[in-house]
Design a protein around this ligand. Structure first.
Ligand code: ZN
Length: 386
């Protein structure tokens, strides 16, 4: 073994005492050099102008959008099922507010599809992403490249892309999400989201647990690589994880108040990325393992499901209390093993080994420890995540 997984450090190295494993949220004692923010300390925060969370909001979408300005023509990017369920009320609402909607379906979560939609944009004031991950990501990217406003109207709470400036699309140069622009407005209809399949919300919960290890990785990059670290953005992202852990039973039951907490936390995490000016507070080594799985075992499991399980692994590498991560996933009813997603032990081990090379420039604990195949397998066996 090249390093001691239990202590999260190589033999002869001091254990990471500044990150005691007893707590998931110990941060106050850390003092760190602050890395470069950019030219002359310039740091750009890009945030949504309007965030509306409430019940039956899709039927008020026209009124909400008119609050942004004199909007006349909107392109709605959605999916056939979502449009069949919600299309009628969205269309009536937009037309009732003097907005002419044109509807297009996002057929694939690819850059090519987003560019197709962006190319057909002529004359639209804004692009609305209505649905789950695919329409939101495609509409976000299409709006970014075409210069239109983007409105995020999620009908499920499966990931933190609802309010973030990051878009996750295949066909990119890299298998991770790309920085685009944040939504001009977020219109989150709790009634619609509460009626979505529970596994989607459990996936969103997993994507939020990831903030515990992502912010550790960010701090590590600050301490060891001098990378810019935004303390406020990191705390905001961590807060979103803390709040959903505290409300995990209600979220697991899909009660409307539980779903509201989850949605607000996902929005808050997305805003943290906007404040940071990068996905750093939201995405660390756990996301790199998940991205590696996207390549090794494509189509298996939802993003947040993979990320949630990978957070158990990343927490162990950081010397954190990984059992609390696993317990939180169990309590919410989310998967705690890759096997449940149809991913084999061998694939999980290879993903852990591959993770640092998915994004060599983004220093995390997995870049520091670089487990080999046997070490990765020992890890998944010990954590019982295979
Ligand atoms: Zn994520």
């Amino acid at each position: 073994m090249g390093y001691n997984i239990r202590a999260g450090c190589r033999p002869g190295e001091a254990p990471p005492a500044r990150w005691p494993g007893a707590s998931l949220f110990p941060d106050r004692t850390i003092t760190a050099p602050v890395g470069s923010v950019g030219d002359a300390g310039r740091h750009l925060m890009r945030l949504p102008e309007r965030v509306v969370v409430g019940e039956e909001l899709l039927g008020r979408m026209g009124e909400e959008i008119r609050e942004l300005g004199d909007i006349r023509r909107a392109l709605v990017v959605t999916g056939p099922n979502v449009w069949r369920i919600f299309g009628g009320s969205v269309e009536r609402s937009l037309e009732g507010s003097g907005i002419k909607p044109t509807v297009t379906f996002a057929n694939a979560a690819t850059k090519e599809e987003a560019l197709r939609i962006a190319g057909a944009r002529g004359g639209f004031d804004l692009i609305i992403g209505l649905g789950g991950g695919r329409p939101i990501d495609v509409a976000k990217y299409a709006a970014h490249v075409s210069g239109a406003w983007f409105i995020s109207a999620p009908t499920s709470a499966a990931h933190d892309g609802i309010a973030s400036p990051m878009a996750s699309l295949k066909g990119s140069d890299a298998p991770y999400s790309e920085m685009t622009s944040p939504p001009r407005a977020v219109i989150a209809d709790i009634s619609a989201i509460a009626s979505s399949p529970p596994n989607l919300s459990r996936s969103g919960f997993g994507d939020l647990l990831a903030k515990i290890t992502a912010t550790r990785d960010w701090k590590l990059a600050n301490l060891e690589r001098g990378e810019y670290y935004g303390e406020y953005a990191a705390h905001l992202a961590l807060l979103s994880a803390r709040v959903v852990i505290n409300n995990r039973k209600r979220i697991g039951r899909m009660s409307e108040d539980g779903v509201r907490v989850l949605v607000e936390a996902l929005i808050s995490a997305g805003v943290a990325a906007g404040i940071a000016g990068s996905s750093r507070p939201c995405s660390g080594s756990e996301h790199l393992i998940s991205h590696a799985l996207d390549l090794i075992s494509p189509g298996k499991g939802l993003h947040g499901e993979k990320v949630g399980i990978a957070t158990i692994v990343a927490a162990k590498l950081h010397g954190l209390n990984w059992m609390r991560i696993r317990k939180a996933l169990e309590d919410v009813g989310a998967p705690t093993t890759f096997h449940e997603l149809g991913i084999s032990r061998d694939q999980a081990c290879r993903a852990i080994v591959m993770a640092p090379s998915v994004r060599p420039d983004r220093y995390t604990i997995i870049h520091k420890l670089r487990p080999d195949y046997d070490q990765a397998c020992s890890l998944v066996d010990e954590l019982e995540v295979a």
